[in-house]
Ligand binder design. Structure first.
Ligand code: S3P
Length: 169
């Protein structure tokens, strides 16, 4: 089983992935961590040095390496739906789960001091990106779980429940 969690920044992918993996007896992979390891640089430094294209190129390479991983919950970066090649690699044999949140909820969660997000530096631009990507997350996922006002545990349980339902013959 390969589960891919997608959604905008701040929808809780990184928090939900390990809990969900525990419930299902799977491993967890955090794509952003693999990118940082591969680059030997923090995400903000990758963007500062080579811009978004440098980051997307690394994201594509990491997705390629994950193509045939199984028994795993993959927590993705919010931009994986923007590049066709990246998305083909990631979605190969995967059950795709979208975590949603309103933009207001996301604003309350994003903490630039804890984790700098270069594409969330400007709130107006972030909102435009949110509106651009929402339809893609929605289209690519088989399961959609709203996270507003829910604990990480509640979201992970809901995802596990819906996965069981689609697994039934
Ligand atoms: C990005 C989201 C980030 C990270 C990078 C780019 C995006 O991950 O991959 O800053 O394009 O939305 P999170 O979704 O985990 O914040």
């Amino acid at each position: 089983m390969k589960i891919v969690l997608i959604g905008f920044m701040g929808t809780g992918k990184s928090s939900v992935a390990p809990l969900l993996a525990d419930k299902l007896g799977l491993d967890t992979v955090e794509m952003d961590d693999l990118i940082v390891q591969r680059a030997g640089q923090a995400i903000a430094d990758i963007f500062a040095a080579g811009g978004e294209p440098a980051f997307r190129a690394l994201e594509a390479r990491v997705s390629d390496a994950l193509q045939d991983r199984h028994n795993v919950v993959i927590s993705t970066g919010g931009g994986v739906v923007m590049d066709q090649t990246t998305w083909e690699y990631l979605s190969k044999n995967a059950v795709v789960v979208e975590l949603t949140a309103t933009f207001d909820t996301i604003l309350g969660r994003i903490n630039p001091a804890a984790l700098p997000r270069p594409l969330f530096a400007d709130e107006t631009q972030a909102k435009a990106l949110y509106e651009l990507r929402e339809p893609l997350y929605s289209k690519y996922a088989a399961i959609h779980v709203a996270t507003d006002g829910r604990s990480v545990e509640a979201v992970a349980s809901e995802v596990a429940k819906q996965l069981k339902e689609i697994d039934k013959p």
